[in-house]
Design a protein around this ligand. Structure first.
Ligand SMILES: *Cc1c(COP(=O)(O)O)cnc(C)c1O
Length: 383
């Protein structure tokens, strides 16, 4: 690598990192390698697509470069990436998790891995008093998300990693909500940064994918093993789409940040709204920390509209640009009702105890024109 390339910035790396196929064909963009198997003894070291493919390798190189770490391993989905990490644990292991963890992560531990003797313990890890649970329990993994879904709590990745290090507990950060552009967990001290590339990395809501990024050779080996041994590999076409999407991640994230911040500020000043949560609003409980560890607030806003369940549903139906759908991180705006959608598998008591009541909605703010989005929200609220 020349000096110039080692100093490349995110925007340039996103476009220029990866395999170069120009020498053989002149193609500016690499092809999709739709092949299940490879001739024995090839120069690339490929054997079978379940255990590697040029499109996977390309995306892995880009993701590692953007997350500022040595390795990345790609999977079929974010949930496959979670499964890969948890599959490295053994009977009797304890995992300490942030209590407001992604619904599918909660379900995977509760409904699948508990049967294999893996114990998940949940704590509010925005409360530093609970850091002691990590040193007490000496878990096999510490599992956090920041910002969290859907309450957008911001956790101190550097501080938690420091505490976990004292008991040799690897830290996993689900970096999906922040994106690689806005936050780099491994640089902050985490062992693993997990992405559902379905969201901001790809950014166009047309492919599923997941990734685990790390500086640890040992962890990378475990992830590559899980990819092939558990059959968690993505498709070459999906990784190709994600590699294409990621090229515009920086410019998309800048627009997501700007649109979401503007809408969050206006919502907060709107009479009748109970509360608005957005990491880059001064009213956010961890605003200072958010500004320290993220370079923008990202595109998600969670708000309690102060409406009944029926009124909330009517608001969502009336909105023209915010499509009622699960998922986030695409160029188009979406709206979701956590209590009946993403968190429907979380028991009501657990859900409500962490603040996910019936009037709460989560906006995934897209990159449309902000004034059109605001007009739409106002109209749906009946103004
Ligand atoms: C979507 C999501 C996942 C799961 O990813 P899939 O690609 O849908 O399997 C995991 N964590 C977070 C925070 C997510 O938003």
């Amino acid at each position: 690598m020349s000096d110039a390339s080692s100093q490349e910035r995110f925007e340039t790396k996103a476009i220029h990192t990866g395999l170069n196929w120009r020498e053989q064909t002149g193609a500016v963009i690499p092809p999709v390698f739709l092949t299940s198997t490879f001739e024995y003894g090839n120069a690339g070291g490929f054997d079978y697509t379940r255990s590697g493919n040029p499109n996977f390798r390309n995306l892995q190189e880009v993701l590692a470069s953007l997350e500022g770490c040595a390795h990345a391993c790609v999977f079929a989905s974010g949930v496959s990436a979670i499964t890969a990490i948890v599959s490295t644990l053994k009977y009797g292991d304890v995992v300490v998790l942030e209590e407001n963890v992604y619904g599918c992560t909660y379900r995977l531990f509760a409904r699948v891995f508990e049967k294999f003797g893996i114990k998940a313990c949940y704590f509010d890890l925005t409360n530093t008093a609970n850091y002691a649970k990590i040193t007490e329990l000496k878990p096999a993994l510490v599992w956090i998300e920041s910002p969290t879904n859907p309450l957008l709590k911001v956790l101190d990745i550097a501080a938690i990693s420091e505490v976990a290090k004292s008991v040799n507990a690897p830290v996993v950060v689900d970096n999906t909500f922040a994106s690689s552009y806005l936050q780099r967990p491994v640089e902050l001290g985490a062992t693993l940064s997990l992405l559902s590339t379905t969201k901001y990395s790809n950014g166009h809501s047309d492919a599923l994918g997941g990734a685990v990024c790390t500086n640890s050779d040992e962890w990378q080996e475990k992830m590559i093993f899980a990819q092939k041994a558990l059959g968690l590999q993505p498709s070459p076409f999906d990784t190709w789409l994600t590699t294409r999407g990621i090229k515009t991640e920086a410019i998309r994230m800048e627009r997501h940040n700007a649109n979401a911040l503007a809408l969050a500020e206006r919502l907060e000043n709107k009479p009748g709204i109970r509360w608005v949560r957005y990491p880059f609003l001064a009213s956010h409980p961890q605003h200072e920390l958010a500004k320290k560890q993220m370079r923008g607030g990202s595109g998600l806003i969670t708000a309690d509209l102060g409406l009944s369940l029926e009124q909330t549903m009517a608001f969502m139906e009336k909105s023209r640009y915010f499509t009622k759908a699960e998922s986030l991180g695409g160029i188009e705006s979406l709206i979701c009702h956590p209590a009946t959608m993403t968190h429907a598998s979380v028991p009501r008591e657990v859900r409500e105890s962490v603040g996910i009541t019936d009037g709460v909605v989560r906006f995934s703010v897209g990159i449309e024109h902000v004034e059109d989005l605001w007009t739409d929200i106002e109209a749906a609220m009946g103004d």
